[in-house]
Design a binder for this molecule. Sequence first.
Ligand code: NAP
Length: 489
Amino acid sequence: METEKEDNLRFVIIGAGMAGILSAIKLEEAGLHNVTLYEKAERLGGTWRENTYPGIACDVPSHLYSYSFAPNPEWSHQYSPGVEIQRYFEDVASQFGIGDRIRFGEEIERCEFVDSRWKLRTRAGRRDEADFIIAATGVLHHPNNPEIEGLEDFDGALFHSARWDHDVPLDGKKIGVIGTGSTGVQITSALADRAQKFSLFQRTAQWVMPQENPAYSEAEKKEFREHPEQLRILHQAISKLFAASFANAIVDADSDLMKEIEAQCLLNLEQSVSDPGLRERLRPNYRAACKRLVISPDFYEAIQKPRVELVTDGIRSVEPGGVRTVDGGFHELDVLVMATGFRADRFMRPMEIIGRTGKRLDEVWADRPSAYLSISIPDLPNFFMLNGPNGPVGNFSLIEVAELQFKYILQLVDQVRAGECRSLSASDVATQVFDRERVEAAKKTIWSTGCRSWYLDDRGIPATWPWTFDRFREAMSEPDLAAYDFFFT
Ligand code: NAP
């Protein structure tokens, strides 16, 4: 039975994006009301607040990329645009009444585990304490800004795709985009008709899976509104289908389905790009889905438009008026966008995190980030991550991932509530065994088949969940408490 103290366990959630909002709602539901959510920005939404580039949408079906407990009959499309997703998170936060838990504009700078509690400090110097920390700080949020000679001399507007400057006019301008990941491709489709000239700088060609994006009719939305149970069934059906198909295929590079996916992408390239020279420049020389599969119904159409050019000569330097390529060619530009991705190994950092032995997270992660089941780090008691290192991050619904992880975390919290310990964290041994098995299993995955991507760690080993999604679901269903160190003081 819970005592008054146990009921009053204090939680700090860091980050008011998808996972932080989820945590606040689920803690409340579990009867844990002493919760503060710190958010460094002035608005919630995480990725969807930060990424506002033209064409942004989620390539996970909207009815799957929704909380299971908050289905949304209003999604406009099968794959809805970013602005709708941002609104969805704002609506859910308000519907579940968690707004007053959030401290906006307060960035946690330091967390130290002292005397069985976490002592926190914000950048502004505010101090707080907590029994538990939920790090919901996201994966892809530190822009990767490559050093290119002369970048600082560029006279036009220059920004990263995740820092879009909406004051910069685009219509009739000469726009350059560096990078052909999911972001660069979406921007290309959105701006191909608006620019006077659009230059896409491609270092590596991408496999592109064609995917139509039908709008939901008013009749369909009305049906969803009147029969919300249909949305739940739809959510479960897409999730099941996904787990049984794509999720299984990517962890088995030799699977028939993986070959089928590649064949579909190849057919898309052959049928959609008419100019043989352009087609060859767009043809990847590695396996489909080795990099994150790009999903687009119209990228090939956009890249063939008269005002669009695909630049495959390497970038030599940026000059005040544009980009110089290694062949000596010059591409005049008014706007240059770095769609160059993110530093995927940062997670909660630059926060300073000091565990029970006095060791800093930066030391623990000196080689690379790792965590037991992507959730817990040895000697960081009662500190749990959502979408931490080595989790399922490839073309999955991270909402579903976070929901499963949170259910697991709540069971760890229950150990403390039940008085089984004061705090707990994964043991060193369990973490090492998990890492060893993960690295071994990663060899079979599609990410290991020879390409460069943000999935790979500094050794070139995929830093992702290398097993099936069903195995992840199973691992999250109940913690193996033998894998945890229990602390009593
Ligand atoms: P990304 O997939 O990491 O792609 C970065 C691009 O920049 C690559 O084409 C890369 O080329 C290029 N690049 C990096 N440094 C460069 C340099 N110095 N010179 C030239 N090119 C350079 O980044 P992203 O497109 O922002 O996507 C990141 C992830 O965000 C995605 O994988 C996905 O998980 C997520 N995302 C999802 C959606 C969605 O619809 N759900 C949309 C956007 C993003 P190389 O390939 O040669 O390295």
